[in-house]
Write a protein that binds this ligand. Structure first.
Ligand code: SF4
Length: 221
């Protein structure tokens, strides 16, 4: 049922030229994940070059790192998470999508969230965060990440949490306590325990000793 509804939305998206990004794309990048089993909608910024060529979100270096972090936290990318972006077409030179482009594409984003009806939304990076939350000048992603909040999507409230974008982690390799990679690990373990409490994976102990033990499983992409 969800798959059928999403296919209808995808069909409309494939024909869309509501903003200028439609004229330079090779493919729309609609989603990845299993809509029937996903409990989480993870929202990134925009497709990059590899995504534009393949039509799948988060498949470049940053995407591979995200997949590793999810797996390390006990979250299955293919079963637990439905991955989308704020816009479905690649901005030229991988620039940040404009407010107008995000507004034009919002109908697809909202339709996907409405159909999946997730237990939680994970906002991956500053662009996704700012698409749902107005930040004051003192609020940076470093301060907001890891905090549960409610966001409204087309009049419906969802639990949401912000994590770093994996492309940021590609530039920060440290696994020291308080480092971006360590905080990403903590946030994903928190999400696993809060959202996937009845999914048949082992629950994660988020005490610092256990987090430290898990870091050895992550490759430094
Ligand atoms: S980015 Fe969204 S609104 Fe713009 S052309 Fe692509 S599908 Fe349409």
């Amino acid at each position: 049922m969800k798959k059928d509804c999403l296919e209808i939305v995808r069909g409309k998206c494939e024909k869309c030229h509501a903003c200028a990004l439609g004229s330079t794309r090779n493919n729309i990048v609609f989603s990845d994940g299993n809509p029937s089993t996903a409990k989480i909608v993870l929202i990134g910024e925009a497709p990059g070059e590899t995504e534009d060529m393949t039509g799948t979100p988060f498949v470049g270096r940053a995407g591979k790192l995200l997949t590793e972090f999810l797996a390390e936290a006990g979250i299955s990318r293919q079963e637990d998470v439905y991955i989308i972006n704020t816009v479905k077409c690649r901005p030229p030179e991988n620039r940040v999508p404009t407010d107008d482009e995000k507004s034009a594409c919002r109908k697809f984003l909202e339709a996907q969230i409405d159909i999946i009806n997730p237990r939680a939304i994970v906002l991956c990076g500053a662009t996704a965060l700012k698409s749902f939350v107005e930040l004051d000048k003192k609020q940076t992603i470093s301060k907001v990440r890891g905090q549960w909040m409610n966001v409204s999507v087309d009049g419906k409230e969802y639990r949401a949490i912000t994590i770093f974008h994996p492309s940021y982690l590609l530039r920060n390799h440290s696994m020291e306590e308080g480092s971006p990679r360590r905080l990403m690990q903590e946030d994903l373990r928190n999400i696993k325990n809060e959202v996937l409490y009845d999914v048949n994976h082992d629950s994660i102990d988020i005490s610092s000793d256990n987090i430290f033990a898990g870091e050895k499983q992550l490759s430094l992409v």
